[in-house]
Design a protein around this ligand. Sequence first.
Ligand SMILES: *[C@@H]1O[C@H](CO)[C@@H](O)[C@H](O)[C@H]1NC(C)=O
Ligand SMILES: *[C@@H]1O[C@H](CO)[C@@H](O)[C@H](O)[C@H]1NC(C)=O
Ligand SMILES: *[C@@H]1O[C@H](CO)[C@@H](O)[C@H](O)[C@H]1NC(C)=O
Ligand SMILES: *[C@@H]1O[C@H](CO)[C@@H](O)[C@H](O)[C@H]1NC(C)=O
Ligand SMILES: *[C@@H]1O[C@H](CO)[C@@H](O)[C@H](O)[C@H]1NC(C)=O
Length: 382
Amino acid sequence: MKLSSVIGAAVLSGSAYAASYDDIPVIKAYGQHFFYSNNGSQFYMKGVAYQQNFSPNGSTSTNVTYTDPLSSKANCARDIPFMKKIFTNIIRVYAIDPTVDHDDCMELLAANDIYVVADLSEPTTSINSDDPEWNLPLYERYTSVVDSLQKYNNVIGFFAGNEVIEKANQTAASAFVKAAVRDTKAYIKSKGYRTTLGVGYATADVPSRDELAHYFACQPIDGTDTSIDFWGYNVYSWCGYSNYVASSYGERVQFFSDYPVPVFFAEYGCNDGIVGGPTHRPFTEVAVLYGNMTEVFSGGIVYQWFQSENNYGLVQIEDNEVVPEPDYTSLMSQLAKVSPTITASSAYTPTNSAPACPTTGASWLPVASPLPAAVNAELCDF
Ligand SMILES: *[C@@H]1O[C@H](CO)[C@@H](O)[C@H](O)[C@H]1NC(C)=O
Ligand SMILES: *[C@@H]1O[C@H](CO)[C@@H](O)[C@H](O)[C@H]1NC(C)=O
Ligand SMILES: *[C@@H]1O[C@H](CO)[C@@H](O)[C@H](O)[C@H]1NC(C)=O
Ligand SMILES: *[C@@H]1O[C@H](CO)[C@@H](O)[C@H](O)[C@H]1NC(C)=O
Ligand SMILES: *[C@@H]1O[C@H](CO)[C@@H](O)[C@H](O)[C@H]1NC(C)=O
């Protein structure tokens, strides 16, 4: 989903104190999986998308700004206990405000063993699908988010774009997103930040999904580090009581079985097709995602925490209290039943290598090299 309407004012409170975000073990990508750095145990994402995404007037056409969900200690304290009950170990945040302090929420999250993956863009500063650029305002936005979150051990990494390619004629934008991946990775390295901070992309489930996955993971021979560290897949193909084959999950497992980096559902939870069926999402895909898909997929992130007009919410907030929706309860009961096979990193040897870059043609425009030029902040300043 792209954020189309987001409102509200960020309220900041509190100051830093001895922090569990310094103590929580870092998660690192190794081959196709994620592992805890302390004991080498495999990490599967049991996630939820945490973003207020609504307009009070029921309209999506008003001027909007965004609310950073990690800017309010009170809201984090209100929501996290309910996240824990549905086994949440990671949240995805879409619109970080780099000018506010995140210590309180990151502390509360870490104390509850919850990790974060954060988008680098925000609704009005993102790579444009139809008129793509990778420019100084975007670079400054991206690097300021990295700066504001890099110190927290419970940050797994970042998305350099979300659903930038949505239509068949937008494949050219991929090169700009890949340039953003390259420059964000170079920035993390140049600042001496933790190198386990990954940079990935969250793709929509579009016809060019195979080329996209290969393009972002391929390594052109010019020696620059341009490939993603993980691949996020926003997928809404399992609706109601679907199944492994009809949802095309099976086909996706096959496709990604030789992928070199971790893949996970960066959003999932279709809510179509429940007319005449269940009255809420049954989340029957959970058994499969954490069952026979685990050799290839590292779990997923349910879309989304807050109820809104699009009816994807797991909870309502009423009088500042969390009121679970039926979806929350069914997700909880499905997740309670799963116990994915845990591989130890010591018992795992990655065997997959980078795919070939897709051949360009009528339906796939971007070349893998050269990518759009690096944004050199210092030069541009003069
Ligand atoms: C490894 O450490 C993590 C984080 O502390 C913990 O959740 C997990 O259960 C541990 N795994 C094993 C096999 O001890
Ligand atoms: C939205 O609602 C607020 C508060 O009720 C009101 O002040 C504002 O004018 C409304 N905006 C629009 C575009 O209707
Ligand atoms: C939206 O914001 C722009 C720029 O701040 C302003 O020019 C425009 O009038 C606003 N539109 C509405 C409907 O408030
Ligand atoms: C893609 O097609 C739409 C019309 O369907 C057009 O508005 C848009 O500008 C096109 N984008 C590109 C990158 O050509
Ligand atoms: C995965 O599980 C589903 C549902 O339990 C089943 O239909 C499918 O055949 C399984 N696939 C594999 C590869 O085991």
